[in-house]
Design a protein around this ligand. Structure first.
Ligand SMILES: NC(=O)c1ccc[n+]([C@@H]2O[C@H](COP(=O)([O-])OP(=O)(O)OC[C@H]3O[C@@H](n4cnc5c(N)ncnc54)[C@H](OP(=O)(O)O)[C@@H]3O)[C@@H](O)[C@H]2O)c1
Length: 322
C-alpha cells in the first residue's frame, strides 16, 4: 500500500529521509482493528520523527502520521484517537508512562490503511468531513486540553497564544474565541497576524511586543523564542500552559518572576478519548470547523512537509488517501 515513511532519521535535514512508497498493509491482532484511511493531517510531530526525536533506529522503518479519519471494518465512519495506552492501563491514558502516539511504536496513519486498538475509535459525525475530522486527534485535542482541562480557562478571561498560524495555535484561537475567551496572539508576520484575526483572535501582536494588559493565561508551544515574553505577560497568579517547545528549551526559566508573582507553569499533552469525543461535540454543536490550509493527495505529501518546515503554514495540512 502507498505510505509516507522513513527508514532512517536525520536531525539536520529531515526531508532527506522522507520516503513516499510501498509498505506492507497492517495486520490487526487481538483487540486491534484496521481502518481504511480517508484523510490524515500533518503535525509538527512528523517533522520531529524524521529528525529522530522519539523515534530510535530500532523501530524503523516507520510510517509517519498520528491523526486519521476513515472507515472501519464494519463500514462505520470513525476518527482515530492517537494515544495508545498499555492494554492494562485503566485511567487517563495521557498519564500512562508506557503510552505512545501512532507512528512512535506502532505504524502511523500516512498510509492507505492503519491498525489501531478498537477502543481508540470515536464515531465521526456526518457534519464533519473526513479532512476536518482528521485535524482533531492531535493539534485540536491538544488545544482543547490546554485551554479547558489543564488551563481551566473560562469565558471572560484573556489568553495569549504564542504563535498564531500553526496547527495547535489555530485550534487554540478558534476554540478559545468560540468559547467566549478574549484571545490575543503573537505571530511573526503581518500576514499571519491578519489570518489570526480572521479566525477569531481579538488582537494580534509582533513576537515580544508589550501586551495592553497582563493576561490570565498563556498558551505556549514555541518554547525558547517566546518563553520570557510568556512569563512577562502573565498577571500575578496567572497560568502558563506548555505543550511544546518548537524552538528549543527555555533559558533562563525566569524563576524569580514565577515564584514572586505566584505563577503556575502547567504541562499538557494530547488528551483522552473522552476529551476527543467532547471536542467533536463542541465542533458539531457550535458549527466550528478546523482551519485547513491545504488538502493534498498522500502521494504529494512532500509538499506539505516543505510548507511546515519553512514555517509558512496557515492552519492544518491534510493528506487524502484511498
Ligand atoms: N504535547 C503534545 O501533546 C503536543 C501536541 C501537539 C503539538 N505539540 C508540539 O507543539 C508544537 C507546535 O505543533 P504544531 O503541530 O502546531 O506545529 P506547526 O503547525 O508547525 O506550528 C508551529 C508554530 O510555532 C510557531 N513558531 C515556530 N517558530 C517560531 C519562532 N521562531 N518564533 C515564534 N513562533 C514560532 C509558529 O508561529 P507563527 O504563526 O508565527 O508562524 C506556529 O504557530 C510542536 O513543537 C509540537 O511538537 C505537542
Amino acid at each position: 500500500m502507498l505510505a509516507v515513511y522513513c527508514s532512517e532519521t536525520d536531525s539536520d535535514d529531515p526531508l532527506r529521509v522522507l520516503t513516499i512508497g510501498d509498505r506492507p498493509p497492517p495486520e490487526a491482532s487481538d483487540d486491534w482493528t484496521t481502518i481504511t484511511v480517508k484523510a490524515a493531517s500533518l503535525n509538527h510531530h512528523d517533522l520531529w520523527s524524521l529528525r529522530g526525536v522519539g523515534l530510535p533506529d530500532d523501530r524503523l522503518p516507520m510510517i509517519l502520521g498520528c491523526d486519521a479519519a476513515g472507515i472501519d471494518e464494519q463500514g462505520n465512519e470513525v476518527i482515530v484517537h492517537s494515544v495508545i495506552a498499555d492494554r492494562d492501563w485503566g485511567g487517563d491514558e495521557t498519564l500512562d508512562p508506557r503510552r505512545s502516539l501512532l507512528s512512535e511504536r506502532h505504524q502511523g496513519t500516512f498510509a492507505e490503511r492503519v491498525a489501531v486498538p478498537r477502543r481508540n475509535l470515536v464515531p465521526k459525525p456526518p457534519q464533519l468531513s473526513f479532512a476536518e475530522a482528521a485535524c482533531l486527534p492531535t493539534a485540536w485535542l491538544t488545544a482543547y486540553r490546554m485551554l479547558f482541562i489543564r488551563g481551566r480557562v473560562v469565558p471572560g478571561m484573556t489568553v495569549l497564544v504564542q504563535g498564531a498560524t500553526g496547527g495547535v495555535a489555530t485550534a487554540l484561537t478558534v476554540l478559545g474565541s468560540r468559547a467566549g475567551i478574549r484571545v490575543w496572539v503573537t505571530a511573526r508576520s503581518a500576514h499571519k497576524r491578519e489570518q489570526a484575526l480572521a479566525i477569531g483572535a481579538d488582537q494580534a501582536f509582533e513576537p515580544g511586543a508589550r501586551v495592553p494588559e497582563r493576561v490570565d493565561a498563556v498558551m505556549e508551544t514555541v518554547g525558547k523564542a517566546t518563553w520570557a515574553h510568556s512569563i512577562r505577560s502573565l498577571k500575578p497568579g496567572g497560568t502558563l500552559v506548555l505543550s511544546g517547545a518548537t524552538t528549543g528549551d527555555a533559558t533562563p526559566a525566569q524563576l524569580s518572576r514565577i515564584f514572586f508573582l505566584q505563577l503556575s507553569v502547567v504541562g499538557s499533552t494530547m488528551g483522552t478519548r473522552e476529551e476527543l469525543e467532547r471536542l467533536v461535540q463542541m465542533l458539531v454543536g457550535r458549527s466550528i470547523r478546523p482551519a485547513i490550509q491545504q488538502t493534498i493527495p498522500l502521494a504529494r505529501a512532500r509538499e506539505g512537509f516543505e510548507s511546515m518546515l519553512s514555517g509558512e503554514l496557515l492552519g492544518k495540512i491534510v493528506f487524502t488517501a484511498s
